[in-house]
Design a protein around this ligand. Structure first.
Ligand code: CA
Length: 227
């Protein structure tokens, strides 16, 4: 899952970024409202963490312009403690939740998971595809009940595939959700990662779940028939 953090306090931004990266999210940060809006408009994020007081453009204006543009990416707003007006205003402008500062990382992570779940057809914290299971809280993957050791990137890719299981995903769609914006679209990195993922997920003897769709991209599905 790819997350954008718009926060001008460098310490807070880096605290959130490192925490979320440990939780296996792909994280991009920016410290001003103008570039934040531009990034949110031009990239496919799965969620946005948005501060209110920002240089360039404040969080409320940013949120309202984002929603006016028809972009419904889930937004978690960071508000000052005790200001009911801020929370009400944020929610009315289309924020999905708010978190008063100062906050614990655990709470931020849990609230983020909750808004991501709400926006997804998948309400459980466990994602399944046949006998493959992903625990989105512990960020572990299992097949036939046995843990599969994955790197952060492999996990992010597998989670994205499973959230969209049975759908054919183009390389560029996968890139938009799993890689950062400075990614070279000409590179074959997706194919390289899919290959690695297959060697771990679709082990010998197991029914292959990850399919290549020639000329299009990839799909994970429960019953892998011939193409
Ligand atoms: Ca601020």
């Amino acid at each position: 899952m790819r997350i954008l953090v718009i926060e001008d306090e460098r310490k807070v931004a880096s605290f959130i970024k490192h925490g979320l990266e440990e939780e296996r999210y792909i994280v991009e940060t920016t410290s001003d409202g103008i570039s934040g809006l531009e990034m949110a408009m031009n990239n496919q994020y799965d969620g946005i963490v948005l501060d209110i007081m920002l240089p360039g453009k404040d969080g409320f204006t940013l949120l309202s312009e984002l929603r006016d543009a028809g972009i419904s990416t889930p937004v978690l707003m960071l508000t000052a403690r005790g200001t009911t007006e801020d929370r009400v205003q944020g929610l009315d402008l289309g924020a999905d939740d708010y978190l008063p500062k100062p906050f614990s990382f655990e709470e931020l992570a849990a609230r983020l998971r909750a808004i991501l779940r709400r926006s997804s057809p998948e309400k459980s914290t466990k994602l399944r595809c046949g006998d493959l299971e992903l625990d989105t809280v512990s960020h572990l993957a299992f097949r036939f009940g046995k843990e599969i050791e994955l790197t952060t990137k492999e996990y992010a890719l597998l989670e994205y595939l499973i959230r969209n299981r049975n759908r054919i995903l183009s390389r560029s769609t996968i890139t938009q959700h799993v890689w950062k914006h400075n990614f070279d679209p000409e590179s074959n990195i997706i194919d390289v990662y899919i290959k690695r993922l297959r060697s771990k997920v679709d082990r010998e003897g197991a029914k292959p779940l990850i399919q290549s769709i020639r000329g299009v991209g990839y799909r994970i599905r429960e019953i892998a028939n011939e193409e």
